[in-house]
Write a protein that binds this ligand. Structure first.
Ligand code: 5RP
Length: 259
């Protein structure tokens, strides 16, 4: 791996623990003003000290995040769809030059394996990696599940492996209860999990803990943090699971004690 790419990656995946807590706040790119992120300028700054990086679009970054921030930026560069349309109809919407201009430590895009436009999204990933390798920029590929995909190890393993084969440097996928370790085993690059829909806090902590146990290097989590009744407690608790390997009970205490 080239020095620049390795250095950028080290801003997100801690060289000390080999793990990462990415805070995903890109949801508005197809969902609009999502619950918990209706006012990103107010909602986000308090969470940044506990995140290893922020996964965000250029629009929310420029308008809602102070440029003096220390948090490394992972830029979502795909889009072009909305919840009202065909979700897989995505393209690359943000250039590599823009990612560099915004001092990003990585770029991310969704791939829709098994959906209507899987071919285009997979090819786009290949093209994005070509451009990213030129400038030493890590690429995060997201295995988007669309509306109808089953989130089992077979599907997630297939989608994750395809992303790695296209050259992604990190893959974000969903956790599955059965055989998630097989998903990790079949993917030769680090895997982080998305949190998915909001679930009870203890269950989300358990999911993060299971994912780490099964070989994930961390989370790129959104709704289960910013839609919690206690977002700071939740991100601190997730951080302790990921970086300090604390038990779910200890993490839940961290969440409760923050209240
Ligand atoms: C949307 C995304 C989100 O960043 C991802 O789903 C993580 O957020 P959450 O934990 O809320 O699922 O990539 O396509």
């Amino acid at each position: 791996m080239d020095w620049g790419l390795k250095n950028r990656l080290s801003k997100t995946i801690s060289p000390k623990t080999g793990k990462t807590v990415m805070l995903a706040v890109d949801h508005g790119y197809f969902q609009g003003p999502t619950t918990g992120l209706k006012n990103p300028k107010e909602d986000l700054p308090k969470l940044l000290p506990y995140a290893d990086s922020l996964f965000i679009t250029r629009g929310i970054l420029r308008n809602c995040i102070d440029a003096n921030t220390n948090v490394p930026i992972f830029l979502r560069v795909s889009g072009g769809t909305s919840i009202l349309g065909e979700l897989s109809n995505e393209d690359i919407t943000t250039s590599m030059k823009e990612a560099l201009r915004l001092n990003s430590v990585g770029v991310g895009m969704s791939v829709f394996v098994g959906a209507k436009n899987e071919d285009r999204t997979i090819s786009n990933l290949g093209r994005l990696v070509n451009e990213a390798e030129d400038v030493g920029m890590p690429v995060l590929a997201i295995t988007a599940v669309g509306k109808d995909m089953v989130r089992d190890a077979r599907y997630l393993g297939l989608a994750s492996r395809i992303c790695a084969e296209m050259g992604a440097h990190i893959v974000k996928t969903y956790y599955c209860e059965k055989d998630f370790d097989k998903v990790v085993e079949g993917c030769p690059v680090p895997i982080v999990i998305a949190g998915g829909k909001k679930i009870p806090e203890k269950d989300a902590l358990q999911m993060a803990s299971n994912a780490i146990r099964d070989g994930a290097v961390g989370v790129d989590m959104g709704r289960n943090i910013f839609q919690s009744d206690n977002p700071i407690g939740m991100i601190k608790a997730i951080n302790a699971i990921v970086h300090k390997n604390v038990s779910v009970k200890e993490a839940f205490d961290i969440y409760k004690n923050e209240k």
